[in-house]
Design a protein around this ligand. Sequence first.
Ligand SMILES: C[S@@+](CC[C@H](N)C(=O)[O-])C[C@H]1O[C@@H](n2cnc3c(N)ncnc32)[C@H](O)[C@@H]1O
Length: 181
Amino acid sequence: MSQRESGYARKERDLYETPEWVTEALIPHLPLPSSRLAVWEPACGSGKMRDALMKSFDVMASDIALGTDFLLEQRPPWPVDWIITNPPYELATEFCEHALRLMEPVGGLVAMLLRTDFDHAKGRAYLFRDCPAFSKKLVLMKRIAWFVEENGKPKASPSFNHCWMIWDWKHEGPPTIAYAP
Ligand SMILES: C[S@@+](CC[C@H](N)C(=O)[O-])C[C@H]1O[C@@H](n2cnc3c(N)ncnc32)[C@H](O)[C@@H]1O
């Protein structure tokens, strides 16, 4: 997810790498069955999130830079149970819509890393307030440092709050809110 006012030039195609702790924070909040699931990471970039997901899932990863435009895929290239990614900022709404469309027929789950106020827009009520699959908002209480020095210290103070938005076509009832870490 890009940081528009980070003080750094925007990276080409919004290639921002998600730190491992952000993906790890999601896992305990997912309805994990006893069998190992297949997850599609459709905007994998350099593979940071893919690598973190591989600890818990069988992961199929793709990216437009590797030849697969997610928004043009009419079905998952492999049979997958869930879709999890950090979408490009400029296409975040389209990614959520498309992932939900692809997962509905298999009763699958979608988790997207997004700005915390992404669900505030009235124009996105169909994805949240009015979407029966919207199951959980997982607020990240720590801000994500997208740019770090070699010693691991942030290059600049992170200025945005993020959350995981989770939709599950098997979910029933109203969405819940949770906090991590
Ligand atoms: C914010 S980065 C996320 C990288 C990775 N998911 C991570 O969290 O470390 C967004 C990625 O989306 C990819 N991308 C942009 N448009 C895309 C599209 N239409 N289909 C697939 N990937 C796309 C970019 O190439 C970039 O790698």
